[in-house]
Design a protein around this ligand. Structure first.
Ligand code: LLP
Length: 455
C-alpha cells in the first residue's frame, strides 16, 4: 500500500510504500536519490511544479482581457527551471542582472521578462535594454532618468509600468511587507503626477508608460488586500485618463499568495484568489467605465515552495537531561535554509527512513553551522529511535531556500534535482571544495614576501 501525501505541505508525488518501507518523491526512493546525488539535497517535484503553474494559468483563464503570469525568480531560479517555466507558458519577473542573465542564457523569450527592483544599476539596465525586456517596473526618479539615457543611446523606446506603494496593509512578517508608505520600494501616490508629467513630456520618445505595478507583501493569507489593491489601482487608472488622456493598459498586482508550511496554515487556494480578483476587476472597471486592463501576476512562493523538499542526514545528537532537551543535528542548516534563523519561519519535517514508526519524541532539529541560531525546527516530533544516519525530509523548501543560500563556514551548497516518473535530473550540481576556493587569490606580494623570507 502507498500512503498519499498531505498535498497542502508535501509534494504531489510524495509516497510511502508499505512493502518496501521506503519513501519516494517523483517515483524515486530516497536511498536511490542519495546514491545518485548525496545529501543534503534539494528535491524539486516536477509534477507539483507543473500542476501549480497550470492551476494559476487556468484559474485566470476566464478573465476577459489578457493575463500574464510571471514567476518571481527570486523564489528559485535555475536554467532548467527557466526551461520548464517557458514550457508552461509563464513569464519571469527578474530583479537583478544575474536573474536576467540566467533567463537569457536559457533562451527564455526576453519579451516575457519583467525587470523589478528598487536600485537597478546602470550595468543591469544596459544589459536588459540592450538584449530586450518586456517591461521594466520603474521604482524611482533616478532609475527613470537612467532608462531615458540608455534608451536614448540605443535608440530604443522602453515599455514601463510604475511601481507604486498603494498604502495597503496585510498581515505578514515586517521584513516582507512592501505595500506601505514607509517602504523602500516604489513611488508613493503623492509623487505619481510628477513622474507621469516627466514621462509624457521630456521622456516621451524613450519611455512608454503602459501601467502600474504594486506588490503588497509575501506569505499573505487574505484575499481582501488584493481586492482593495485593484480598487486603488483602477481609481488611479481612471484619474490618469482624466488628467492626461492616457489610458493605461497593464495592471501588475504582484505576488505574495501564501502557502501552508504547517498543517494549521490555511492559505487561500489559487482559484478563490483568481475568482475574487477577476470579479473585482470586472465589477469595478464597469462601475467606473474603464476598459479592462491586461492583468499581470508575479507569484513566487506559491508556485514553487511546496514542490521543494530538502533531504538531510542526521549526524550528531546531544541530550541535555537537565532541561529535557535533545538536539538532533543534520548535515545542512542555515547555509541552505536561512529562513528559520532570519524570519523565525516554521517548517514541517519527518524521519523518512522511519516513516512508519510513531513520531513521539520532541527534539530540536539543528544545523551544522557555527551559530547557536542555526536551528531548522525548534520542536520536531521524531521516532524514539532517532539515530545518526537517519534521513530527515523538510517540506516546503522550494522557495527562498536555494536562492537565499550561502557558503557560510565554507560549506558547499547542496545539489538540486528535479524528480519525476522514477527519474532524477540535476538542476544544479553540488558544489565542491574546489568551487569553494575557485575565486580565492593569494596576493602576489605575500608570495614574494615568503620567498624573500626564505632567502
Ligand atoms: N513581486 C515582487 C515585486 C516581489 O518583491 C516579490 C517578493 C514577489 C513578486 C514574489 O512574492 P511571493 O509570491 O514569493 O510571495 N525571502 C522572503 C520572501 C521575500 C519576498 C520578496 N519579494 C521569504 O523567504 O519569506
Amino acid at each position: 500500500m502507498t500512503t498519499s501525501p498531505n498535498t497542502q505541505i508535501q509534494p504531489l508525488s510524495f509516497a510511502f510504500d508499505e512493502s518496501t518501507g521506503q519513501v519516494s518523491i517523483g517515483g524515486v526512493p530516497l536511498p536511490e536519490l542519495i546514491k545518485r546525488h548525496g545529501t543534503p539535497l534539494y528535491i524539486m517535484d516536477e509534477e507539483t511544479l507543473r500542476q501549480m503553474m497550470q492551476s494559476y494559468k487556468s484559474a485566470f483563464e476566464r478573465y476577459p482581457a489578457p493575463v500574464q503570469v510571471l514567476f518571481a525568480a527570486k523564489a528559485n531560479l535555475t536554467m532548467g527551471l527557466c526551461a520548464l517555466i517557458q514550457q508552461e507558458g509563464l513569464g519571469i519577473d527578474v530583479v537583478s542582472g544575474g536573474e536576467y542573465y540566467t533567463a537569457l542564457k536559457s533562451n527564455f523569450p526576453t519579451e516575457n521578462l519583467v525587470f523589478n527592483g528598487n536600485n537597478k544599476t546602470v550595468d543591469e539596465l544596459e544589459l536588459v535594454i540592450h538584449h530586450g525586456i518586456g517591461l521594466i517596473s520603474v521604482d524611482n526618479f533616478h532609475e527613470l532618468t537612467l532608462i531615458h539615457q540608455i534608451a536614448q543611446q540605443t535608440g530604443k523606446r522602453v515599455d514601463v509600468v510604475l511601481r507604486i506603494t498603494p498604502g495597503i496593509e496585510c498581515h505578514t512578517h515586517d521584513y516582507i511587507k512592501t505595500g506601505l508608505l514607509d517602504s523602500k520600494f516604489g513611488f508613493d501616490l503623492s509623487r505619481l503626477s510628477q513622474v507621469i508629467d516627466l514621462i509624457t513630456t521630456d521622456y516621451n520618445e524613450t519611455i512608454r508608460l503602459t501601467g502600474l505595478h504594486a506588490h503588497i507583501g509575501s506569505q499573505i493569507f487574505e484575499i481582501k488586500p488584493y481586492v482593495d489593491l485593484i480598487e486603488v489601482m483602477l481609481n488611479l487608472f481612471y484619474n490618469i485618463r482624466e488628467h492626461y488622456g492616457l489610458t493605461l493598459t497593464h495592471m501588475n498586482i504582484g505576488g505574495g499568495l501564501g502557502i501552508a508550511y504547517q498543517s494549521q496554515d490555511d492559505p487561500p487556494n489559487v482559484s478563490d484568489y483568481a475568482n475574487q480578483v477577476i470579479d473585482k476587476l470586472i465589477d469595478y472597471a464597469e462601475k467606473i467605465d474603464f476598459p479592462l486592463p491586461m492583468l499581470i501576476l508575479e507569484p513566487g512562493r506559491s508556485l514553487v515552495a511546496t514542490a521543494g523538499t530538502t533531504l538531510y542526514r542526521v549526524g550528531s545528537t546531544k541530550v541535555i537531561p537537565e532541561i529535557n532537551k535533545t538536539y538532533v543535528a543534520v548535515d545542512g542548516g542555515m547555509g541552505d535554509n536561512i529562513r528559520p534563523a532570519l524570519y523565525g519561519a516554521v517548517y514541517t519535517a519527518l524521519i523518512a527512513n522511519k516513516y512508519n514508526e510513531p513520531h513521539t519524541r520532541h527534539v530540536t532539529l539543528a544545523g551544522k553551522y557555527c551559530e547557536s541560531g542555526d536551528i531548522l525546527i525548534r520542536d520536531l516530533l521524531v521516532p524514539e529511535s532517532i539515530a545518526p544516519g537517519d534521513l530527515v525530509l523538510v517540506f516546503g523548501t522550494g522557495a527562498y531556500n536555494y536562492t537565499m543560500s550561502s557558503n557560510y563556514n565554507r560549506v558547499p551548497r547542496p545539489a538540486m534535482v528535479l524528480v519525476n516518473d522514477g527519474q532524477s535530473q540535476v538542476l544544479i550540481q553540488r558544489e565542491t571544495y574546489d568551487d569553494i576556493i575557485a575565486r580565492d587569490l593569494i596576493p602576489e606580494s605575500f608570495l614574494t614576501q615568503k620567498v624573500s623570507a626564505e632567502n
